[in-house]
Ligand binder design. Structure first.
Ligand code: ADP
Ligand code: MG
Length: 452
């Protein structure tokens, strides 16, 4: 192939992928050679090579073939003597691929899961705030809170919501460049850019997005230079009034080994947590999944009480719940049986056993006394001062909630107290839970710690 032919192909490519994309990605390519069905190109950085290959590879092959140069494969190697950083510096707009390129890959981001949309997200009390905030961001209107920080335990729907935002934005604001990636991928990109001395490219790429979503940001805790770079990217985008969405497994302030200034930056926007699922939400999710499966297996029969049983017994996280249902369906359709309670118990014995972790009264007493800075012995001792009696009541309430023990039994474990004392404590805490937000928060926290 002559340089002329490549020139002609370039003209065709420019027409199909648009001028912006062309200038950014194709113009920097330097055609080197064609041997054994492989077309070799020099690229300023391997990032450009990867990107071109992923997003425009097929089109380049197609144009080559059209111009009478059938090629099996493209190969990109970094051109010696060229500095990637310089090239990017001249083109700050380097990272603005147009919509057609975006449709194939999300900039440097990760692919989106087609199942994770708002349509398939079941809402309930534990996640309604997070859902509402995500919806708002998905509308793509003016940035009202920045960043949106979503946190919560494993399998509670953080990733699902972030993908849903991205899908929604694609629909409603296709002109926006939306990048979703995990903090791990962010770090990988960063390290790659360092290695290739292409920090300019990295920076201009991330600073040119309209919406940046970084999942599982706790991952960068303790990784100092990645944190630093994340912080700069974050600030640059906030300054440009670009939307940022972050997720983590805990609140910003509770992420260990994360710089203070990053913590406080992360707290600037809206921080919402996904609470552990409650029974109603789990049942809702199961029902939705069943509806979806029904389309796949129309003959499926689920007996009454099975979903309720699962929602009641599998309270860890939604992923486990889904896994249980999938297995149940697979099994039932294989053996051609209807799904009864017995079948479910049989088929899911291991999952049910694993989630059956029993919280003990001793554990509750220990956690509560730690939380309120009191001696464990005072849990069962006679002291009646409020600073001790109140935590004791809380421990009794938790014992009632989290264990199967009867009131008299709980009383016995609290230094031989009467069951009416326990009953009174449970009632009192129940009242306070409604009227005192501090207590409500403490209860929630303790419950989470104990159930974890
Ligand atoms: P996280 O990122 O918080 O660990 P994911 O978003 O990956 O959790 O969710 C785990 C699984 O549970 C996914 O398959 C997701 O679709 C499902 N899931 C979680 N919450 C919901 C919900 N409210 N409605 C429907 N599916 C949910
Ligand atoms: Mg996740």
């Amino acid at each position: 192939m002559t340089d002329d032919t490549w020139g002609r192909i370039c003209q065709d490519l420019e027409k199909t992928i648009g001028k912006n994309n062309f200038v950014t990605w194709i113009a920097p390519l330097e055609f080197r050679a064609l041997e054994d069905g492989v077309a070799r190109f020099g690229v300023p950085t391997s990032f450009v090579g990867d990107w071109v290959n992923r997003n425009f590879g097929d089109r380049i092959l197609e144009q080559l073939a059209r111009n009478g140069v059938p090629v099996d494969r493209l190969e990109f190697s970094v051109a010696a003597g060229r500095s990637g950083a310089d090239r990017h510096a001249q083109k700050p707009a380097a990272a603005q691929p147009q919509a057609d390129a975006k449709a194939e890959a999300d900039m440097p981001g990760a692919p989106l899961d087609a199942r994770f949309t708002f349509d398939t997200f079941v809402t309930g009390k534990p996640n309604e705030l997070a859902h509402a905030a995500a919806r708002r961001v998905g509308e793509g209107g003016a940035v009202t809170f920045n960043p949106l920080f979503l946190y919560g335990g494993v399998g509670l729907g953080k990733t699902h919501l972030m993908h849903a935002i991205a899908w929604e934005l694609r629909e409603r604001a296709p002109e926006k460049t939306v990048v979703y990636l995990s903090a791990e991928q962010f770090m990988y990109r960063f390290v790659q850019a360092l290695r290739e001395r292409d920090m300019m490219g990295f920076k201009s790429l991330f600073r040119s997005v309209d919406v940046l979503m970084v999942d599982d940001v706790q991952f960068i805790a303790g990784k100092d230079s990645t944190q630093e770079e994340f912080f700069h990217t974050f600030n640059a985008l906030v300054d440009q009034n670009k939307q940022i969405v972050i997720s983590a497994d805990r609140a910003p302030g509770e992420i260990k080994d994360l710089e203070e200034r990053i913590k406080s930056r992360l707290q600037c926007g809206l921080v919402v947590d996904l609470h552990p699922t409650d029974y109603e939400l789990r049942l809702g999710i199961l029902q939705q999944k069943v509806d979806l499966y029904r389309m796949q297996y129309p003959g499926l029969v689920i007996c009454d009480g099975v979903l309720e049983f699962l929602a009641h017994r599998i309270s860890t996280n939604v992923r486990v719940l889904e896994g249980a249902l999938t297995r149940l369906f697979a099994f039932a359709s294989l053996v051609g049986k209807e799904i009864t309670l017995e079948l479910a118990q049989d088929c899911l014995a291991d999952i049910l056993r694993a989630t059956d972790r029993k919280v003990t009264i001793e554990e509750i007493q220990r956690k509560v006394s730690e939380h309120y800075n009191m001696r464990l012995a005072d849990m069962i001792g006679p002291k009646r001062h409020r600073t001790i009696a109140r935590p004791r009541q809380i421990a009794m309430w938790l014992s009632k909630q989290l264990t199967q023990r009867s009131l008299p039994e709980i009383g016995r474990r609290f230094g031989g107290r009467d069951h009416t004392t326990v009953m009174h404590a449970v009632k009192r805490i129940e009242e306070l839970r409604g009227s005192d937000p501090q207590i409500a928060e403490d209860l929630e926290l303790l419950r989470r710690m104990l159930e974890a």
